[in-house]
Design a protein around this ligand. Structure first.
Ligand SMILES: [Zn+2]
Length: 86
């Protein structure tokens, strides 16, 4: 199955329609839309600012990834919205 649930709105979508945030298991760093070589606990978000905002409320993202999530990550995720995925 390639369907994943958005942390922000809880809607299940195709993995390709979601931003993936992975806690890289060897370095514990957070990777956005990492390639297939990035392994670790992952969370998914829709490509919209509302879901990003929701994921940061009540530390939802932090709880799912089981790691502290820096505030800068929100800006990085927002930048993803501007990328044209083609
Ligand atoms: Zn969503």
């Amino acid at each position: 199955m390639t369907d994943r649930k958005c942390v922000g709105c809880g809607i299940i979508k195709n993995r390709n329609d979601l931003i993936k945030i992975t806690k890289e298991h060897s370095t514990n760093s957070l990777v956005i839309n990492g390639n297939s070589k990035v392994f670790g606990r992952s969370a998914y978000l829709c490509y919209n600012s509302t879901c990003i905002e929701n994921a940061f409320k009540k530390n939802k993202l932090q709880k799912i990834l089981k790691t502290p999530v820096p505030a800068e990550l929100k800006g990085q995720l927002t930048n993803e919205l501007r990328h044209d995925k083609n």
